[in-house]
Design a protein around this ligand. Structure first.
Ligand code: HEC
Length: 113
């Protein structure tokens, strides 16, 4: 059977969606990251520090921490006070999607930046 790039991609997406080892759905994660309801991208860039740490910095910070996924899922649901570079504090955005699988997917993607 000839494997077209499209078929290969579909297979990878299906595999990630089924929760394959270290597999996350990047398209779904980015959609959550950019959605107006979440607006994560307003404060977080992937590899440059904005008014919040970049996802790369966050991934580095949690590298090797077996609890990283659990801690960060808690973070995006807690609405805890976070400090901004100008010193003011406000409650962190709570992620709109309540589905644990969608949240886990988003965090796995962040930790891979
Ligand atoms: C209004 C700005 C703002 C928005 C919007 C925002 N964040 Fe943050 N976020 C911050 C700041 C500031 C920090 C740094 C908190 C700290 O280190 O105390 C942070 C930290 C984080 C961390 C790291 C927490 C840790 O323990 O190191 C994660 C993960 C994160 N945000 C994910 C998200 C996601 C996902 C969204 C969208 C649902 C989002 N953020 C939206 C400002 C924002």
């Amino acid at each position: 059977m000839k494997v077209t790039p499209k078929a290969a991609l579909a297979a990878v997406v299906a595999w990630s969606a089924s929760g394959g080892a270290a597999g996350f759905d990047e398209v779904a994660a980015k959609a959550m990251y950019r959605s107006p309801a979440n607006n994560c991208s307003k404060c977080h860039a992937l590899d440059k520090e904005k008014i919040a740490p970049s996802y790369h910095q966050i991934a580095e910070k949690y590298k090797g921490d077996p609890e990283a996924e659990r801690k960060l899922i808690e973070h995006i649901n807690s609405g805890r006070l976070v400090k901004f570079p100008d010193g003011h504090e406000e409650e962190h955005r709570v992620v709109k999607e309540t589905d644990p699988e969608q949240q886990r997917n988003l965090i796995q993607w962040i930790l891979a930046q």
